[in-house]
Design a protein around this ligand. Structure first.
Ligand code: HEC
Length: 399
């Protein structure tokens, strides 16, 4: 039934390709999986080497029946993987250790543990690439792009409902009559000779040396390049495809004909204030001029905790964790005075706020790095420090 349909289809659409007289292989079709396994055993047992079996689906036991050796592809994967490990190790070691050593946090420039994930990735990558490459080129013989079996009645059946075996004429033991007799004895009712197609002129040509084939490849490449160039560089600049290119806008760092001074980049209007930004009105002014405002932040456990957090981060490196002026900077920055002095204790909160915001002599301004509320919270915490470090005996319980 299927045979009839295929034949009809063939006769209608695929007038068989012309073939030469030179024989490529003798092929036989079988109906049942048991038969083909038996046939494979006999053929390999008879000493044929250049033969292959084609089945519509994988058959268990076929490897043994064909006496196939273990595939060599595993070794190629191993080789690719090992070279990936070694190459990536050398790459990282040379790049970060020799060519461009960069110190992060005092750690050595080259270090094995952080390199391992990269080495692992490259190992997997090279193993996978070498497997895929070897499979295509060595095992499936790319760039050969055709096989004499293609377009034969034999191949049509083994890709649908029959089990096929063929022995190549290149086999040292090849003898047409003997092989036909063997296949018949094994129970095949459909034995055929497969000839080389005419275009092969008797042998499968390497397409790399085939001028016609390579010409077609070059032609396709050329047309693709031209079309890509045309689309990206010409078409997209023509209406209506240019909607992304022509927008009413100015590019940064370019000349502008619109503005008198010729700059396309504009300064914000005088007095512009960023959203959410509250300028400090006493910025840069001496202490004497500041208006005394009370600390707007209520004294709560939360605000004191916040103040401690910010103080430990921003102030303690110079002023010490308790405000005693025991700087941790080992003389790399002038040691500040204690924050527990009578002078600072007498200061109003606004005065300290002014110093944090404005800086004082060598102490830098913190108005960019610490938000307003956080600055006020720091002052609450400073008051806690001052109280705790100057506690009178009467504060201690029981006195
Ligand atoms: C980089 C080091 C450094 C950091 C960080 C620093 N300060 Fe200062 N601070 C100083 C120095 C130095 C002085 C003394 C400046 C001077 O000569 O008037 C000072 C002075 C002060 C004074 C005035 C003390 C006085 O007796 O005049 C206050 C108050 C003060 N700092 C608070 C803070 C607070 C609060 C922080 C955290 C937001 C802070 N400082 C962060 C170095 C620092």
């Amino acid at each position: 039934m299927i045979g009839k349909i295929l034949k009809k289809f063939d006769d209608k659409f695929l007038a068989s390709e012309p073939r030469t007289g030179e024989i490529y292989a003798v092929a036989a079709l079988f109906d049942k999986p048991d038969q083909i396994i038996h046939a494979a055993e006999k053929v390999s047992g008879a000493g044929y080497k250049k033969f292959d079996v084609l089945t519509p689906y994988p058959l268990h036991g076929m490897d043994d029946a064909m006496k196939l050796n273990q595939s060599r592809i595993g070794w190629i994967g191993l080789l690719g993987g090992i070279s990936g490990t070694i190459l990536s190790f050398l790459m990282i070691w040379w790049m970060v250790g020799i060519n461009y050593p960069t110190i992060f946090g005092g750690k050595p420039a080259f270090n094995l543990p952080p390199s391992i994930p990269i080495m692992f990735e490259i190992t997997v990558l090279l193993a996978a690439l070498s497997l895929a490459g070897a499979m295509l080129t060595i095992f499936n013989k790319l760039p050969a792009n055709a096989n004499p079996l293609m377009d034969t009645a034999f191949i049509k059946r083994v890709t649908s409902d029959k089990f096929g075996i063929y022995i190549e004429a290149k086999d040292a033991k090849f003898n047409q009559d003997e092989i036909r007799a063997l296949f018949e004895e094994l129970g095949s009712k459909d034995i055929s000779n497969i000839h080389y197609p005419v275009y092969d002129e008797g042998k499968t040509k390497n397409p790399l040396t085939d001028i016609k084939f390579m010409g077609n490849v070059a032609g396709v490449a050329f047309v693709t390049a031209i079309v890509t160039y045309f689309v990206l560089n010409v078409l997209l600049f023509l209406p209506p495809f240019n909607w992304m290119h022509h927008q009413p806008r100015v590019m940064p760092q370019t000349e502008s004909k619109f503005f008198k001074d010729g700059y396309s980049m504009r300064k914000p209007v005088e007095g512009t204030v960023a959203r959410g930004f509250m300028p400090y009105e006493f910025k840069g002014m001496p202490d004497s001029t500041i208006v005394i405002t009370p600390n707007p932040l209520p004294v709560t456990q939360k605000s004191i905790d916040l103040g401690k957090k910010r103080y430990d981060t921003f102030c303690s490196p110079c002023h010490g964790f308790y405000g005693k002026g025991d700087s941790r900077l080992k003389g790399q920055f002038p040691v500040p005075p204690t924050l527990l002095s009578q002078k600072v204790m007498n200061w109003k909160d606004a005065n300290i706020y002014h110093v944090i915001t404005n800086g004082q002599n060598v102490m830098p301004s913190y108005d960019r790095s610490i938000s307003r509320d956080d600055r006020w919270a720091i002052i609450h915490y400073m008051r806690v420090l001052q109280r705790s470090q100057n506690a009178p005996d009467s504060d201690v319980e029981g006195k």
